[in-house]
Design a protein around this ligand. Structure first.
Ligand SMILES: C[S@@+](CC[C@H](N)C(=O)[O-])C[C@H]1O[C@@H](n2cnc3c(N)ncnc32)[C@H](O)[C@@H]1O
Length: 228
């Protein structure tokens, strides 16, 4: 997969992309993440990318010119057209289902906003899918783009070692994951359930399934409603 990110702050991505699973996935050629600075496509000497809103009001709005020029440049960097995602709190909420859907694409193009957001003609003209990571407002789309990259790359074949398999992760089967335990067997008086020490894999699988259903019913009953 190739992921292009259009941003005014490419440096925000450096640390999360340079460690652990995301680093390994890039090193092994499972994913290529290409960051492009929208400011490089400003046309004046001040590298201006934002301006005051027509009609008045607080803050600055991202101008369409630099975003369009950046987008047109990025699109030509690879023959694959790509799925274009505009990060905005006004978009459809990102979830595990969407992460799975996006993980099947060969190319994603993520566009991160700043300031008061995008000039409306960016949304209209780029015909982009509007995506939000939740009902709150961030200072910029970089962390939202990073959340999407992290959740999607995790699902790419080969990105996780077998020991980190995503198949039982919360939400992947419409349930929260079952409780996990590791050593020691007893910690501050709390004991690992006997079933997990029994070696009976059939019974363990059944117990885990029951636990997953129980905790989903208790903590996230909306997930069970959604799957009906
Ligand atoms: C301060 S926000 C602008 C919010 C805009 N004034 C509004 O109320 O819809 C600046 C940028 O952060 C990003 N952003 C903020 N919250 C987000 C969210 N929940 N999901 C995705 N992107 C978000 C978007 O790219 C947005 O253009």
């Amino acid at each position: 997969m190739r992921i292009d990110v259009l941003t005014l702050f490419p440096q925000v991505f450096e640390s999360p992309l340079s460690c652990s699973i995301l680093k390994r996935a890039q090193d092994e050629g499972i994913v290529e993440v290409v960051l492009t600075d929208i400011r490089d496509f400003a046309t004046d000497n001040y590298r201006k990318v934002d301006d005051k809103p027509y009609g008045g009001g607080p803050g600055m709005v991202m101008m369409p010119g630099p975003v369009f020029a950046c987008f047109e440049h990025v699109q030509k960097l690879s023959p694959e057209k790509g799925r274009v995602i505009l990060l905005t709190p006004q978009g459809q909420r990102f979830d595990q289902r969407k992460a799975t859907e996006l993980s099947k694409e060969r190319r994603l193009i993520l566009i991160a906003g700043r300031y008061e957001g995008f000039d409306e003609r960016i949304r209209i003209g780029l015909d982009a899918e509007q995506t939000s990571i939740g009902d709150y407002v961030l200072n910029g789309g970089e962390l939202a783009a990073m959340v999407i990259i992290d959740a999607v790359v995790r699902l790419l074949p080969g990105a996780l070692g077998d020991e980190d398999s995503a198949k039982d992760d919360s939400f992947s089967q419409g349930l929260l994951e079952y409780p996990q335990y590791t050593r020691p067997e007893v910690f501050r008086g709390m004991k690992v359930p006997d079933i997990l020490l029994s070696g009976d894999h059939g019974k363990i699988a059944e117990w885990r399934k029951q636990q997953a259903i129980e905790r989903t019913r208790k903590w996230r009953p909306d997930l069970l409603e959604d799957s009906k």
